[in-house]
Design a binder for this molecule. Structure first.
Ligand SMILES: Nc1ncnc2c1ncn2[C@@H]1O[C@H](COP(=O)(O)OP(=O)(O)OP(=O)(O)O)[C@@H](O)[C@H]1O
Ligand SMILES: [Mg+2]
Length: 411
């Protein structure tokens, strides 16, 4: 059997792969010849379509997945690695969240097994590999079609899923769309995450416009008739821009009212969370009944505000939507347009005292970089500048890196 070569890491190949048709069902990277031959033999015997087996360590897999779509199931080899769990965390940053990851290693160590499972891995198998061992693991990972099935079968449920990030502004024009689009762009391009950007203002939303993306049809249908949602439908509805950023937006006619199905958001988020690390949602404030639903679904709620009395009043009014976060939820307050009103700006201290929440990230008012980006039809984060630095801080806050940096600094 001749196995396909590694897909080329060029933009054309990536575009084709991003479309979904070329997403592999199973990909394996093994560090030694004997293991590689065993897995190749199993792939052949099981007649797995759309699969490939390669030689390489986990570092090579991380590089590979930066330029192609993740397979449904992935086998990686951590033999010889001093910090296998750290390497798995690095892999998780580039691998799509819903992928079943089987780790092969040379250490027969229960502690390592537990740590890998905790890190989201579906199974850990120790060398030397045998055909029956690989056969059994692959049958569980692939036949059920449920990622993380082995872990679930073992009584764990560690399947990695992406996070919904809701971005909500305290007043019109505060910069919600700017924050949502540039954060999504930054995560996709500078943090190599797969990101879906969803603009829920289907009449006046301008997130797609901000990124110079032509909106496709289909979002209205998704919101009105969620039973139609499946992976294939979403692949046709989301529009790819750049490498890993997918946009779901609409420009609906104003004279045709939309009837949202209350099940639409959970039904939409379920498949998206399997394929994207982040689902960034530009939330219109007038979205009525589903604001609360969205705030409940979101792992991260970003509240964009500015230093005006109007914003402070509305932050206090909106608080009921994001008060009392659950254990797995976080609120991040972003102060945008900082310094816009000069002396008339309400001080950050007074703001914090009034709204009763700390300001986590500050983005300065900097029309020069915003206008330059708008004229170029790109996200402001494509070039360095004060707004990009603010978005970078926000991305680090989201990923959880900022805390570590701070600790190191003081440590
Ligand atoms: N930090 C900033 N510095 C300068 N201009 C900014 C900044 N943030 C946003 N803007 C500009 O302010 C205007 C409003 O921003 P944006 O459209 O992002 O706000 P919004 O809250 O989404 O508005 P809407 O309520 O209409 O949806 C835009 O022209 C945008 O380019
Ligand atoms: Mg907006």
């Amino acid at each position: 059997m001749s196995l396909p070569a590694l897909p080329a890491a060029n933009p054309a190949a990536e575009l084709a792969l991003a479309g979904g048709s070329a997403r592999e069902r199973f990909t394996a990277f093994l560090t030694d010849d004997a293991s590689e031959q065993v897995v190749k033999q199993c792939v052949f015997e099981m007649a797995l379509p759309n699969s490939s087996v390669h030689r390489g360590n986990i570092g090579r897999v991380v590089n590979h997945l930066q330029s192609v779509r993740s397979p449904t199931a992935l086998m990686v080899d951590v033999s010889g690695s001093e910090l296998p769990v750290t390497e798995i965390h690095k892999l998780a940053e580039v691998c799509e969240p819903g992928v079943s990851v089987v780790v092969v290693g040379d250490r027969n160590d229960v502690g390592l097994y537990r740590n890998l499972i905790r890190a989201g891995v579906s199974d850990y198998i120790v060398k030397p590999l045998t055909r029956s061992l690989v056969h059994n693991v692959l049958s569980v990972q692939l036949d059920t079609g449920t990622p993380g099935a082995a872990a679930a079968a073992a009584g764990f449920s560690h399947q990695k899923l992406g996070s919904v990030v809701a971005v909500l502004g305290t007043r019109g024009g505060v910069g919600t769309t700017t924050v949502a689009t540039s954060l999504a762009w930054y995560l996709a391009n500078n943090e190599t995450r797969r990101v879906a950007l969803l603009d829920l203002d289907i009449f006046f939303g301008d997130a797609a416009l901000a990124l110079n993306v032509k909106v496709g049809g289909g979002l209205r249908e998704v919101l009105e008739n969620p039973t139609r949602i499946d992976e294939l439908y979403l692949e046709r509805t989301l529009v790819l821009t750049g490498k890993r950023l997918y946009v779901l937006a609409a420009e609906e006619r104003l004279d045709v009212p939309v009837k949202f199905d209350p099940e639409a958001l959970p039904t939409l988020f379920e498949p998206l969370r399997k394929q994207y690390h982040y689902i960034v949602v530009d939330v219109p404030r007038h979205s009525g009944s589903f604001i609360q639903q969205l705030m409940d679904e979101a792992a991260i709620r970003i509240i964009v505000t500015d230093q005006t009395a109007h914003s402070i009043r509305d932050t206090v009014r909106l608080r009921r939507f994001f008060d009392a976060p659950q254990a797995n939820q976080r609120n991040i307050v972003v102060l945008n347009r900082s310094g816009e009103l000069g002396k008339n700006d309400i001080s950050p201290k007074m703001m914090t005292d009034t709204i009763g929440m700390p300001i986590d990230v500050t983005i300065p008012y900097h029309p020069k970089s915003i206008i330059a980006a708008a004229n170029a039809g790109t996200a402001v984060t494509e070039t360095k500048g004060p707004v990009t630095t603010g978005i970078q801080d926000l991305a680090s806050e989201l990923i959880g890196r900022r805390e570590t940096k701070r600790r190191r600094w003081f440590g």
